[in-house]
Design a protein around this ligand. Sequence first.
Ligand code: ZN
Length: 326
Amino acid sequence: MKHSAIEKMSLRLTRLRTDKNRKRWTSQTCHQAPHKPFLLLAIMDHFAQGFITENFIEPAFDLVDTFNHYWQVIMPIGTRSTMAYPFPRLQNDGILQLIPNPEFNGKINIESITSMKKLRQVCIGARLDNELFFLFSQPGSREQLRAAIINHYFSEAIRQAVAECGIVNIKSYEYSQELLKVSEKPSLFKAADEVTQNIKIRDQGFRKAIVRLYEHRCALCGIRMMTPEGHTVVEAAHIKPWSESHDDSPTNGMSLCRLCHWSFDEGLMSVGSDYEVLVSKRVATENNYPGHIFTLSDRVIFKPEGETFWPGQKNLAWHRDKIFTK
Ligand SMILES: [Zn+2]
């Protein structure tokens, strides 16, 4: 009985209405737009992470981030898309049912939704088809449906990469949770574990933990910018590089905007023993560096709420000593 329910659902999930313009979509994605498959895979990853426990799918940053991750890994470099395409349009396949935003008056016109801003204006989220919610909630049936989607919508050559993307999403989240544990020391990866998949899990997990702790804000200049499409200006930076420290603890990280990250790694900026921003004199004397960096001197950096996660003074001292040029 249960077996046939999975088979029936596999059939439904492999008959989604997709754009089949052969000029636009290559054989890699079986000449179809991959938006809906990517979104379903991202939703499954969130079930696996324990994010989704009741039948409500919120178009929140984390889901957008997971969707974007599939796109970045699988699709050609430089191409972009938005979750605003597949999210409402899965309603046309009977997979999702949008829940209107009470503040939005009028009838939802699905075809008019082309940005996350618009999507959030018209709906607060969506409910999954009840049967699908049930099947996604169980690891066994969820993984069977994942395999059905991957086999149907992606060429043999890239199936493994798509599957690996899901593994990295799930494991990097677990790793980020591990890094954010307060009571016990996180179990960290060792240098010997540096196979490609572990490097990806480490990178993603470290980024998730740090960016969350700093609420997407740059520790040095305080800038916080996030587009509705889930792109954020900050990156997770190691204070003492991984290659030297093998340390992903939050005390060896800061979230930094791209300019501050580059300046920090180049030794143009550092952090003092009172958590004040230090700016190299080179910034003032060499006039090709942006002058506004200098105005940050002596300002206290932005730190996470819990003191246990503040940048470690030992790590900062290492950076001042080895990287920073006064
Ligand atoms: Zn910055």
